[in-house]
Design a binder for this molecule. Structure first.
Ligand code: SF4
Length: 376
């Protein structure tokens, strides 16, 4: 399903994890009762301020997404209460997609029942790998077998739309390990799978270990082989690749993420959350103390606010739209001598086109940002 112009999403960033994985550069705090209580009361105030300011103009939400961090670091009844508050604050479509991210090793069957009963209808587990040694190499807590137990418990709780996040190109991970992970995951029958190539972010533990020559950086060629193996393997298992990193069974494309890739609008709540509303992009401060202090003073915790020009909007439509396998309409491409430029990229094997749509080839997907730059 594609979002219409009227589609609107809400994102809640829950910035807590039990510990930080070695590759992770997201803004987060280690989960402790006091900061979590501070967050909960500040988030409630943020919702109330947006309601008073009528930030959403009475529009109806089509998707709600609790991400992080690990949202399920918060007690399940607290997440349920926040969802209820959101739904009583803003009109929400009866068919809205309501997602919560969860760590398979810390969520209980009781939590899952509370979340499903509260109205979450999609759950996204950070599985990452099904091979034990991979967990050690990325500093992830838990055991790989917890994923199967969590998926089973989620299904018993009533979730039918289940995503599993995976990463490939992990330190020491072989192609065989990766295929083993895909095979194990398929037996769990998820409706959606996200496969992310490991990238090394500045300031992370992995970046430091690479700088000290303790581990090798990801091998590009191996990651290319892993991506190709995932595409083949998941197609055989009935998944369609609809975005560079995302695969879904028919009817299960992630509606919330489609908003980001198609220029849809969304309001972000919580420290570091980003928003795009009325052609304006704005973001919250990435610091829990500063976030709470602004809200205590009855101010929204905004740090940046950019009114996008027509040209910036066109650029975003192209960069994000090209991530989708279906491609973008030719009219999205604004470069001078558009047809000549498209033909050149087709000749290089990077693009494929018909008279309406232009899309990246599998080679082009590896150079998506560079191709987008040449078309803008
Ligand atoms: S669980 Fe997710 S958000 Fe938390 S540290 Fe690991 S990768 Fe980052």
């Amino acid at each position: 399903m594609s979002p219409s112009d009227k589609d609107l999403g809400l994102y809640v960033h829950v910035p807590f994890c039990r510990r930080r994985c070695h590759f992770c550069a997201f803004y987060l705090e280690i989960a402790q009762p006091d900061p979590m209580a501070l967050f909960h009361s500040a988030l409630t105030q943020e919702i109330s301020l947006h309601r008073r300011q009528e930030s959403l103009d009475g529009r109806c939400l089509q998707s709600i997404y609790f991400g992080g961090g690990t949202p399920t670091s918060l007690p399940a009844d607290q997440l349920a209460a926040v969802l209820t508050l959101i739904r009583t604050t803003w009109p929400t479509d009866d068919t809205a997609e309501v997602t919560v991210e969860a760590h398979p090793s810390s969520v209980t069957a009781r939590d899952l029942t509370i979340l499903a009963d509260a109205g979450f209808n999609r759950i996204s587990f950070g599985a990452e790998s099904m091979v034990d040694k991979d967990f050690a190499s990325i500093g992830r807590f838990g055991r790989v077998q917890d994923t199967a137990a969590a998926v089973q418990a989620a299904r018993l709780a009533g979730f039918t739309n289940i995503n599993l996040d995976l990463m490939y190109g992990l330190p020491g991970q072989s192609l065989r390990d990766w295929i083993g992970t895909l095979e194990s995951l398929i037996t769990l029958a998820p409706s959606h799978i996200s496969c992310y190539a490991l990238t090394i972010e500045e300031g992370t533990r992995l970046a430091q270990d690479i700088a000290r020559n303790l581990i090798s950086p990801p091998d590009d060629m191996l990651q290319i082989d892993m991506e190709a193996a995932a595409e083949r393997f998941l197609a055989e298992a009935g998944f369609s690749r609809y975005e560079i990193s995302n695969y879904a069974k028919s009817g299960y494309d992630c509606r919330h993420n489609l908003l980001y890739w198609t220029g849809g609008e969304y309001l972000g709540l919580g420290p570091s959350a980003q928003s795009y509303l009325h052609g304006i992009r704005f973001g919250n401060v990435a610091d829990l103390g500063a976030y709470a202090s602004c809200l205590n003073g009855d101010r929204l915790p905004m740090t940046n606010r950019t009114i996008l020009s027509t040209s910036e909007r066109q650029r975003d439509a192209l960069v994000f739209g090209l991530r989708l396998l279906r491609g973008v309409p030719r009219k999205t491409i604004t470069v001078a001598e558009r047809d000549r430029q498209i033909d050149e990229l087709i000749a290089k094997g990077l693009l494929d086109a018909d008279h309406d749509l232009v899309r990246l080839t599998s080679l082009g997907r590896r150079y998506a940002d560079t191709v987008a730059e040449q078309l803008f």
